[in-house]
Design a protein around this ligand. Structure first.
Ligand SMILES: Nc1nc2c(ncn2[C@@H]2O[C@H](COP(=O)(O)OP(=O)(O)OP(=O)(O)O)[C@@H](O)[C@H]2O)c(=O)[nH]1
Ligand SMILES: [Mg+2]
Ligand SMILES: [Zn+2]
Length: 296
């Protein structure tokens, strides 16, 4: 009979019901304890966990307190969320970026906007939208290597997750950051302009010097509709370029949609806030209003 021991580690990969946990110098294949199913708790890549080890296998016993947690992409305890976008195929809808920045900021995670495929299309429209809004923006090409060292500087020493629609180049950029990694990089269907969901699981890679990057599967727009929205009253604060105007509304409970003497609407009219960003705000506000958790 093998003796069982409790150890602490970090989940580095989740795949087909197994969790791969880095304990000391090795990776232990684990199942989750049955009680997680009952409590609705879900172990995530990046979670610090207690495992019960029995020989070569283990069981995830307990999830240690989290700094933050995301369901899509399914990661925990990150410092930076790199939102990868592209203006070539597939074209990223700015709303996707806006939604991810809101989710990141809400949990105290720094969003970095990375506009990839600069060899195929100018990143400028997106850079102009997000730079002035107060986000770090970096323009890259996994093809030519443009912007990779700039991106590296934003990530060094941090735990980072990559997200973005399928085919924008998350795995390709990660491969550029660390060519030794063996990653599957997909093809983009020319006809559909969509990626093919090449990456199918969440996995954390160590790039050395205390830098960790999590590659995640790209999402489809449909999944956004199912996700739990941010409460409507919290939204305006999560648009950084709205903040200077939030104290300037006539009504304390102004929702910045159509009220008279609204500081945000005045800034919008003056061109200080881009129309696209305000439209995303309205769309997220509406989604929050219509969300009925009991219907999910
Ligand atoms: N021309 C060009 N092609 C790129 C660039 N980045 C990625 N690609 C190509 O785009 C396709 C998709 O890249 P992936 O890295 O697999 O995309 P992904 O975001 O990981 O996609 P999923 O894993 O499906 O979410 C591949 O054929 C890449 O070679 C780039 O900067 N320029
Ligand atoms: Mg991928
Ligand atoms: Zn207002």
């Amino acid at each position: 009979m093998t003796a069982s021991v409790e150890q602490q580690g970090v989940i580095v990969k989740a795949l087909a019901g197994f969790y791969y946990v880095a304990v000391e110098d090795e990776i232990l294949e684990c199942r989750a304890r049955g009680k997680f199913r009952k409590t609705g708790e879900c172990p995530l890549v990046g979670d610090r966990v207690v495992v019960l080890r029995e020989g070569e296998k283990g069981t995830v016993q307990q999830i240690l307190p989290r700094k933050n947690a995301f369901l899509r992409p399914a990661v925990a305890n990150i410092d930076v969320l790199v939102i990868l976008a592209s203006r070539a195929i597939p074209v990223t809808e700015p709303f996707l970026i806006d939604r991810m920045t809101v989710l990141a900021l809400r949990q105290g995670v720094t969003p970095v906007i990375c506009v990839n495929k600069t060899d195929l299309a100018s990143p400028e429209p997106l850079a102009k939208l997000y730079g002035p809004a107060g986000f770090p923006v970096v323009c890259t090409s996994a093809e030519t290597g443009e912007g990779i060292s700039e991106l590296w500087e934003l990530l060094a020493g941090k735990t980072v997750a990559f997200t973005g629609n399928s085919g924008v180049g998350k795995s390709a950029i990660l491969h550029r950051l660390c060519p030794e990694l063996s990653l599957q990089i997909g093809e983009v269907s020319q006809k559909l302009g969509r990626g093919r969901h090449t990456t199918r699981h969440v996995e954390r890679f160590s790039l050395g010097e205390g830098t960790y990057v999590v590659d995640t599967p790209g999402f489809a727009s449909l999944e956004l509709e199912l996700a739990e929205p941010v409460p409507k009253q919290d939204l305006a604060e999560l648009f950084p370029e709205f903040r200077p105007y939030l104290g300037q509304c006539r009504f304390l409970d102004c929702t910045h949609r159509r009220e008279p003497d609204c500081g945000v609407l005045a800034a919008l009219a003056a061109g200080e806030i881009p129309a696209a960003r305000h439209q995303s705000y309205l769309r997220l506000y509406e989604a929050a209003e219509q969300y009925k958790p009991w219907e999910k």
